[in-house]
Design a binder for this molecule. Structure first.
Ligand code: FAD
Length: 541
């Protein structure tokens, strides 16, 4: 250390404050119209008012066009987004939305009848992938969280006179009832000063090929904003219909286009994971809420009729409620941001919910908008960067999901045979080559890992790809152990002892409801995965 300066660290602190519009600027962006009142619309409107309180934000929602009304399994990033980025009070959120916890996804998938776990601590490798493969021939016991999921437990303990929570050390996500979430977000939006306009847009009037001048509602009203966020769902009123932005389909990798949903009594058992169950012409999600499990059979309408899909769902899950049909299309528009319009949510892009990424991708859109929105139409902007960055993220997701279809050998129905034969996985080929030549990927040469990341963006990182491929028992070469005999088994035994003492979710949730200090520790302790410091590092402060 030299006097006054260190040669080893960067001590400078700089904040990236959003630029305010100048009062005399005729091209200033002062008003934003968010078109759509689904999850995308409300998250966007709340973020705009929270991060740029000087903006006049209106949310336009049709009283006759319903929201899609699904979107209930999430990823840990959403916990950080809700409570740090949007500043949503955690106690109020638990009271109003009544979330349950998710430690990962349980895939009833691949040749092993028990399927496999994809836990959120897959990067931690806490017990060991190589040891699990060598000892058991599968990845059932490779992280602490995979064992917790298998035992239906969460990391909260009853010590007799007090409860102890270790939730801050293991990332988890929320399961949420969509209707409760959207109703709660609507109330938060109102509190934060978002103007709510109930109107159905009949016409989008352009002033140039890239610029919306105003909207005309079906009651004749004209709505005019400086900037528009298209959150109109699959209709894509502004980005798709009015601006005619080309759409790139992902159907050659992901052939599903429909879902039939229903609810099923869970008898009080709150599983701490989302289930993804292989079905004859697709798969079914199962998401626990406090009242019941929410299910949805995702299928391809060219492989099975809607009626047959509903019948298969009822046979597989006797007692399920009346089915509800949902249609979707997979792919993305060429650009998310054109002129004074940005598309967020299904209006821009969508992939089916096999990895629970819908709300996560909305948060990426929201953060990109807030990080790059200029104060004026005349100011420099980073529109191309955002267009490129979000398109790349969506494409990475497409290739990641394609691996789930290409290698699932669970069933030999026409749908699954065709999926194995025809799924386009070309965008993931370089990564598959690396996988075929040796796992765990984390122990491959660092340069190979850099090459893999650059040539094949992985969305959930190398651990995500490796889990999905090992879980489906895609052939590979196991690297040599470099630790003493018995080391893996001792870690496993310690993890099993830990898991035996952990509580089932309903008991742990009750402890969180009684004692607010657990959530405070989770969100504000420095050593938590959801700490303010970690939130800052990923742009969610
Ligand atoms: P929508 O909910 O469709 O909202 C569109 C809004 O636009 C509505 O308010 C409507 O009134 C308004 N609108 C439309 N036309 C007009 C008009 N002319 N004038 C005025 N307003 C108009 N995500 C997850 O994170 N986890 C999951 O488990 C998950 N599961 C899913 C399962 C399925 C089958 C599907 C399809 C999606 C799932 N998603 C999931 C994704 C998630 O549900 C959606 O991406 C999310 O709800 C965003 O929807 P949205 O707000 O873009 O559109």
């Amino acid at each position: 250390t030299l006097p006054g300066i260190s040669l080893r660290s960067n001590h400078e602190r700089v904040v990236d404050l959003p630029p305010r519009p100048r009062s005399d600027d005729p091209a200033a962006i002062r008003s934003v119209g968010v078109i759509g009142g689904g999850t995308a619309g409300y998250l966007t409107a709340i973020a705009l008012r929270t991060k740029r309180p000087w903006l006049d934000v209106s949310l336009v929602e049709s009283p006759t066009v319903p929201i899609i009304g699904v979107g209930e399994a999430t990823v840990p990033g959403l916990v950080v987004f809700l409570h740090h980025y949007l500043g949503i009070d955690v106690e109020e959120f638990y009271r109003e939305v009544r979330p349950t916890w998710k430690l990962g996804i349980r895939f009833d998938w691949g040749p092993d009848p028990d399927g496999f776990m994809a836990p959120f601590d897959w990067d931690g490798n806490t017990i060991g992938t190589a040891g699990a493969m060598r000892t058991d021939g599968h990845i059932g016991a490779y992280t602490v969280q995979s064992l917790l999921m298998g035992a239906d437990r969460v990391p909260v303990f009853d010590l007799g006179d007090q409860h102890v929570s270790l939730m801050k050390y293991l990332p988890f996500a929320y399961h949420m009832d969509n209707a409760r979430l959207v109703a709660y977000l609507a109330a938060v939006a109102e509190q934060r000063g978002v103007r709510h306009v109930r109107s159905t847009i009949a016409d989008v009037v352009l002033s140039s090929a890239e610029h919306v001048d105003h909207l005309r509602a079906d009651d004749g009203r004209e709505l005019r904003f400086d900037f528009y966020v298209d959150c109109s769902g699959f209709r894509s009123l502004l980005l798709g219909k009015a601006l005619k932005t080309p759409f790139h389909s992902y159907a050659s990798s992901l052939s599903t286009d429909s879902a039939v949903t229903g609810n099923l009594d869970h008898g009080g058992r709150l599983k701490a994971y989302t289930s993804a169950v292989t079905m004859q012409s697709g798969w079914c999600w199962q998401i626990p809420t406090p009242e019941d499990d929410h299910l949805g059979y995702v299928y391809s309408s060219s492989a099975i009729s809607d009626d047959d899909a509903a019948a298969e769902l009822s046979r597989r899950f006797p007692g399920i409620s009346e089915p509800r049909q949902v249609r979707f299309r997979v792919g993305r528009h060429d650009r998310t941001w054109r002129g004074n319009v940005m598309g967020i949510g299904n209006s821009y892009a969508f992939v089916e919910p096999l990895e629970s990424t819908g709300l996560l991708m909305i948060t990426s859109g929201v953060q990109s908008l807030l990080a790059a929105l200029p104060p004026s139409h005349d100011a420099p902007h980073a529109r191309d960067l955002v267009n490129r960055g979000l398109a790349d993220r969506w494409d990475a997701l497409r290739w990641f999901l394609s691996l789930h279809y290409k290698f699932n050998t669970r069933l030999d129905t026409t749908f699954w045979k065709e999926a194995r034969a025809n799924t386009d996985i070309s965008g993931a080929q370089a990564l598959l080559d690396m996988y075929a030549t040796g796992v765990p990927l984390r122990f491959r040469h660092p340069l190979l890992r850099v090459f893999a990341r650059v040539s094949t963006p992985t969305f959930y990182g190398l651990s995500g790809v490796e889990t999905i491929l090992l879980g489906q028992q895609v052939p590979t070469r196991l690297l040599h152990p470099a630790e003493l005999d018995g080391a893996w088994a001792r870690r496993r035994a310690a993890a099993e002892a830990f898991v035996r003492r952990a509580l089932p979710q309903h008991e742990a949730l009750a402890a969180f409801h009684t004692d607010p200090s657990f959530n405070q520790a989770l969100l504000f302790d420095d050593d938590s995965w959801a700490s303010p410091r970690n939130a800052e590092q990923i742009g969610m402060a």
